[in-house]
Design a protein around this ligand. Structure first.
Ligand SMILES: [Zn+2]
Length: 381
């Protein structure tokens, strides 16, 4: 299935193979950059590297066999599907002993990677989702309104509405009292249409259906529409785009994507700036792996910030699920903790499952000065 939203990641991250490890495989399948042959070769290399690593792992035989079976299944899957695969990336998760299998088609290329760990490695998927915001684009004039959804590089029409607004009176037409009356009548019809547009926009965007709202219309209409929008909708309004209702979907998509790129860049800059400010005034933020894990364990994190290239092994308590850099025994449960390949991935999963936001920042950023990981806190403990 196509990777579409956070709900899929939450479901995926809940899988636990108990004693059996899960294989996670990520493959760059971008046909823009590679030929089919090159993709096949890089896949083969990835599987071979996985096999040789598996050979060296010290695990009980049954657990190792389950992982070898995973690689066989993945190989068979790719032999059947890779040549017709039309996305730029593929993610596969398997735990053969538990009959667990998941596949995701990706709209952004991941780094080639194969990981054996106690649960699915979701971090690359979380980073991809981080790049996309569900956007609703409204474009209208006095006669017509259209709403589009723009997500993961695709556009689709959500709704359209036609207004019952008479045309403007032509110059040199009727004059005097009657023409003023007609203009007033027209203005009131336009206003009715704008009210309808505001109402429909609320219906389409409520319940957090969209992260952002973009608007494409003439200035005079915008000034009249904005006060009519529900405060909730006003907050979602992030950009204006130069499009009209009868523009082609291709043009609308292009304008929207340009506006999105700009917003994404601004958003990341603002986050890092806010983080540095909070750190400097000893406010609602922490930095560094140890402090961040501690806050995450206590449910105090509101937004987790991670540098994209930062990864480190760590441990997790199987009972209370607390994360540690290197505690061999959980201090509160007094039982042995389990090792994980990348504790940052576990941190991302904990955040996903406790309704924290996760932001993946591309280095270099100021976050690198703060130990490559940090968090905004819900409150000051
Ligand atoms: Zn514990």
């Amino acid at each position: 299935m196509k990777l579409l939203g956070r709900e899929q990641l939450e479901a995926l991250s809940k899988f636990q193979g108990e004693d059996f490890l899960t294989t996670s495989l990520f493959l760059d399948t971008s046909k823009n950059r590679m030929s089919k042959k090159e993709i096949q070769v890089s896949f083969k290399n990835l599987i071979n590297a996985g096999r040789s690593r598996l050979g060296q792992l010290s695990l009980p035989k049954s657990q190792k066999n389950s992982l070898f079976q995973d690689l066989d299944k993945i190989k068979a899957f790719c032999a059947r599907n890779l040549s017709t695969h039309n996305y730029v990336g593929l993610a596969l998760f398997s735990c053969s002993d538990r009959s667990f299998w998941q596949e995701f088609n990706l709209v952004k290329s991941p780094r080639n990677l194969v990981i054996f760990d106690r649960n699915p490695y979701v971090r690359p998927l979380s980073a991809i989702l981080n790049e996309y915001h569900r956007t609703c684009l409204l474009t209208f004039d006095a006669k017509e309104a259209k709403w589009y959804e723009i997500y993961m590089g695709e556009i689709r029409l959500l709704e359209n509405l036609t207004g019952d607004v008479p045309s403007k009176i032509k110059e040199g037409g009727r004059e005097g009292y009657s023409s003023k009356r007609i203009e007033r009548h027209r203005a009131s019809r336009v206003r009715d249409f704008l009210k309808q547009i505001a109402k429909t926009t609320f219906m389409l965007t409520k319940n957090d259906a969209y992260d952002w709202l973009f608007l494409g219309c003439l200035d005079e209409y915008r000034l009249e529409l904005e006060p009519l929008l529900h405060p909730y909708v006003q907050k979602k309004l992030k950009a204006r785009v130069r499009v009209k209702p009868n523009d082609s979907q291709g043009k609308i998509l292009k304008e929207a994507l340009a506006a999105k790129d700009l917003l994404k860049k601004q958003e990341k800059e603002e986050i890092v700036e806010r983080f540095v400010t909070e750190m400097e005034r000893d406010g609602l933020a922490v930095s560094g792996l140890g402090y961040t894990l501690r806050k995450l364990n206590r449910g105090e994190v509101q937004t987790l910030l991670v540098a994209r290239n930062f990864s480190k092994p760590g441990r997790r308590c199987p009972r209370c699920e607390f994360l540690f850099e290197d505690e061999a025994v959980c201090p509160s449960c007094q039982i042995e903790t389990n090792p994980y390949v990348d504790i940052i991935d576990e941190a991302v999963e904990t955040a996903l499952n406790s309704s924290c936001e996760v932001k993946h920042l591309n280095p270099p950023s100021q976050l690198d000065r703060y130990g490559h990981i940090g968090a905004f806190l819900r409150f000051k403990a």
